[in-house]
Design a protein around this ligand. Structure first.
Ligand SMILES: Cc1ncc(COP(=O)(O)O)c(C=O)c1O
Length: 373
C-alpha cells in the first residue's frame, strides 16, 4: 500500500522540460529574468490585476506590502485569530500591533462584523485570509473598509483558483498575496507572489524588493529588503501555472471524494461552497459538530492509531507561545475561533491521493465518528 501524504505537488514532464530550459539557457541578457517576468505578467492578467511581483515566499510578499503601505510602530493591523502564523508575522516585523478578530463558524474567515468590532483610530489595515480556499463576504468587507478608511489586504495564499461572485481570489483589497510553498496547489518549492493595481504602490514595492535601488540606477537610496525571485524558481511556477485548471480540478476531486464517501454521516462540516463561490480547496478540512464530542486531539490520535495521517486545524494564534500564550483571554475575545479550531482537522490532499487512499481515509473517519471517540 502506498503511503498517504498530507500534501505534495504534481510535477510532470512539462515542468521538467521548462525548468531544464531555465537551467540551461536562463542566465544571460534578456533571458536572465524571462521566466520571472513572463510568470508575473501572466499571473497578474489571469487575476485581472495590473501588476505582479514574485517574491522568495508569501511571507515576504506580505511584509513588502505592509512596508510599502508605511505601516509601522503605533499602527494596528487586524488579522484572523485562526490562520497560519505567516499572515500575522510581518505585522510584528514592522513593529506594528497585531489585533486578532474572530472567524465565521461556516466559512472560517473574517466577517465585516468581526472586523468592525476590532477597529480603533489606530487601525490601518486588515489582512483577510481566504482560509483553506474558502471565500469570505468580500462585498461586505470591501464596503466596510471603504467606509472606515482601512486598507484591505487579501491573503489568498490558500485560495489560488477560488472564485467569489465570478471574481478570482487574489483580486480583492489593495493587494493580494499567494504562496508557492511545496505544500501548495501550485508550487515552486519556496515562492510567493504579490498582486497590485496601484501604480505608485507597485513602484514602491518593486523598489523595496531589491535593496532600495532608485529606478534605472545603481544607487541605493534607502536600506530595504532583498526579496528577489530567481529564474529557475519562476520557470517551475510558470510551467505549473500553464496547468492551473488541471491542478485545481484535481484538488476539487479530492475534496468531493471525501464528501461523497461520507455523505450519510451527520455533523461533518467540510470546506463550504455557498452559492456564488467556487472553492479551489487547497486543503480539505472538517469540523466535527459539537454534538459528536470529538476534539481535534481525539481525531488525530485515533486516526494515527489506524495508520492514517491528519493535521490540526490552525490553532488560534493568541493561544500560541509566539503570541504570549493568551488562551484564556483569546477564548473570551474570539470564542468561535477557539471552538472551531478545537473540533477540526485537515485531511490529506497531496496530489498523490487516489481512490484507494480516499477509501481508507473515509473508512477511518467513519470509524472515528461511529465510536464517538
Ligand atoms: C494563509 C497563509 N498565509 C501565508 C502563508 C505563507 O506562505 P509562505 O510559506 O510561502 O511564506 C501561508 C502558507 O504557508 C498561508 O497558508
Amino acid at each position: 500500500m502506498m503511503e498517504i501524504y498530507m500534501s505534495g505537488p504534481w510535477i510532470t514532464e512539462h515542468e521538467e522540460k521548462v525548468v531544464l530550459d531555465a537551467v540551461r539557457n536562463g542566465w544571460y541578457g534578456e533571458k536572465a529574468y524571462w521566466y520571472v517576468e513572463t510568470f508575473e505578467r501572466e499571473f497578474a492578467a489571469w487575476h485581472g490585476r495590473k501588476y505582479a511581483l514574485m517574491t522568495p515566499n508569501c511571507t515576504s510578499a506580505i511584509h513588502l506590502l505592509l512596508a510599502a503601505l508605511g505601516i509601522g510602530p503605533g499602527d494596528e493591523v487586524i488579522v484572523p485569530e485562526c490562520t497560519w502564523i505567516a499572515s500575522a508575522a510581518p505585522i510584528t516585523y514592522q513593529r506594528a500591533k497585531t489585533v486578532f478578530a474572530d472567524i465565521d463558524p461556516e466559512h472560517w474567515c473574517l466577517t465585516p462584523e468581526t472586523i468592525a468590532a476590532r477597529i480603533t483610530p489606530q487601525t490601518k489595515a486588515v489582512i483577510v485570509v481566504d482560509l483553506y480556499g474558502n471565500m469570505p463576504d468580500w462585498d461586505g468587507i470591501t464596503k466596510l473598509c471603504a467606509e472606515r478608511g482601512i486598507v484591505a489586504i487579501e491573503d489568498s495564499a490558500e485560495a489560488l483558483g477560488s472564485l467569489y461572485k465570478g471574481v478570482r481570489a487574489g483580486k480583492f483589497g489593495v493587494g493580494s498575496v499567494f504562496s508557492f510553498h511545496r505544500t501548495k496547489t501550485l508550487t515552486t518549492g519556496e515562492g510567493g507572489m504579490l498582486l497590485l493595481d496601484d501604480d505608485k504602490l507597485f513602484e514602491r514595492c518593486k523598489f523595496l524588493r531589491d535593496h532600495g535601488r532608485a529606478p534605472g540606477t545603481w544607487y541605493n537610496t534607502e536600506v530595504t529588503f532583498k526579496y528577489m525571485p530567481f529564474n529557475m524558481q519562476a520557470a517551475l511556477g510558470y510551467a505549473q501555472f500553464q496547468r492551473i485548471n488541471e491542478l485545481v480540478e484535481r484538488k476539487r476531486w479530492i475534496w468531493r471524494g471525501y464528501k461523497s464517501r461520507l455523505v450519510d454521516l451527520n455533523g461533518l462540516l467540510w470546506n463550504p461552497e455557498p452559492s456564488g463561490v467556487t472553492n479551489s480547496v487547497w486543503c480539505p478540512a472538517v469540523v466535527f459538530d459539537e454534538g459528536l464530542g470529538i476534539t481535534k486531539e481525539d481525531a488525530m490520535r485515533d486516526l494515527g492509531e489506524m495508520g492514517l495521517p491528519s493535521r490540526p486545524f490552525f490553532y488560534p494564534l493568541s493561544s500560541l507561545p509566539a503570541f504570549g500564550s493568551r488562551g484564556e483571554w483569546g477564548q473570551q475575545q474570539n470564542p468561535i475561533s477557539y471552538s472551531v479550531s478545537s473540533r477540526a482537522i485537515n485531511v490529506p490532499s497531496a496530489f498523490t491521493v487516489d481512490d484507494e487512499q480516499l477509501d481508507r481515509m473515509a473508512g477511518g473517519l467513519r470509524k472515528l465518528i461511529s465510536s464517538g471517540s
